[in-house]
Design a protein around this ligand. Sequence first.
Ligand code: XMP
Length: 534
Amino acid sequence: KILILDFGSQVTQLIARRVREAHVYCEVHPCDVSSDWVREFAADGKLKGVILSGSHASVYEVDDRAPDAVFELGIPVLGICYGMQTMATQLGGKVEGSNSREFGYAEVRAHGHTELLKGIEDFVTPEGHGMLKVWMSHGDKVTELPPGFKVMASTPSCPIAGMADEARRYYAVQFHPEVTHTVQGQALLNRFVLDICATQADWIMGDYIEEAVAKIREQVGDEEVILGLSGGVDSSVAAALIHRAIGDQLTCVFVDHGLLRLNEGDMVMEMFEGKLHAKVIRVDAADLFLGKLAGVNEPEAKRKIIGGLFVDVFKAEASKLKAANAGSKGATFLAQGTIYPDVIESGGAKSKKAVVIKSHHNVGGLPEQLGLKLLEPLRDLFKDEVRELGVALGLPRGMVYRHPFPGPGLGVRILGEVKKEYADLLRRADAIFIEELNNWVDDATGKTWYDLTSQAFTVFLPVKSVGVMGDGRTYDYVVALRAVQTSDFMTADWAELPYGLLKRVSNRIINEVRGINRVTYDVSSKPPATIEWE
Ligand code: XMP
């Protein structure tokens, strides 16, 4: 196993993720654990190496240092950014603040042939220097090597951008190998973890399940948990995992707000109740939601209503559950499918800069209102890891690799006032679009266009246009198809879907969905447009 000591960098979890990608077990712990704790952690003989993360602070602002035991165990240590600086000062080198901050892309020259960087380079200069394309973010830098160290890498403004003491197998880099902008980052971390630390690449998602199950059991004990199941990837995987851990101590509440996709409600029930035998309460609240949305046109107002009602319905179910279990305490935990990017995002959302473009519908604040403790078993995982976990838990691939679906559902895909008639038309048109995306395979990549797009859906436009069908005139509604490609959903390009695919989708929708006689394709990128229309 590998121990990652967290000095507070935004990207520490990325180090963990890269180590997991190397199929090696790791744990992240705060940097201020004691030396005794570290010795205890290593006592089983399985600890093969330590990684010291970066920090948001400078060695001058904080006096965080690695527990001394880290350097007494005789195992390899890798310092990253602040981790390098603290390694330098703790082992007798020097760190100084520098006038020039380096931030962003940099090219680093790799010196000599250290075990860590041997054969790892992006290009070679005419002078024969191996070069790495990396991501840097630091102000301070190491100015004097600790005894026993040699320079491993440098840039013009940072002569010691990497250092190594190969006898003791201590390595440190000023840049961040854990971010994808550092092209050879995974190769470097693989080299450290697999070769230098000599760990076995035998960790798999199945092991994660066992660990997570044990943790959940320990945290929950014999208490009860409720979870809001939406059918989305995160809440589904959380539900499956928690159910695996505690079975009937978990009750899922599935609020059907009438704005779900075609057959979605039944599919969720079939999976969780039918196949997994989990306790699921399906609340059919379509009339309630549609009733409250009648006459409301403004997108933010619609979002607030849907979000608010969702909380009300969920709370009502929670207290009903409590009443029904008179004598028992009822649920004391609220489980949520919070994943790591949500954790970062909500931290970032505290900043004053954040402008509300769209108020996202989530259940923030709910645990306090309900007086429940939080259970968030996916907090350390990234989206693709959550998906992998879902598959390992036996959820169908189709459910786990589904495009994201917004909390307010079709409520933000029907422009203006939401009506049941519109939702029914939209559901059918959207199902056709998604079916055809799944059927259409791209020759070049062998992938379906559903997999080649990050999000695709249909939007209902409550305007009527004239058409001709057979001998008759039609005067019906319009839908827009939307398909985007993005890696982070912050920016997105509209997808260049094949014309043949668009043609087929358009023909099918107009022929099969009476009430829609025109199909358009949205060719706007984000920004300036957003992915959803509202
Ligand atoms: P926009 O439209 O802002 O969407 O470009 C970015 C991503 O966020 C999703 N989205 C939401 N997800 N609740 C959610 O859970 C919401 O209220 C919400 N609004 C937008 C959207 O589908 C896209 O993936």
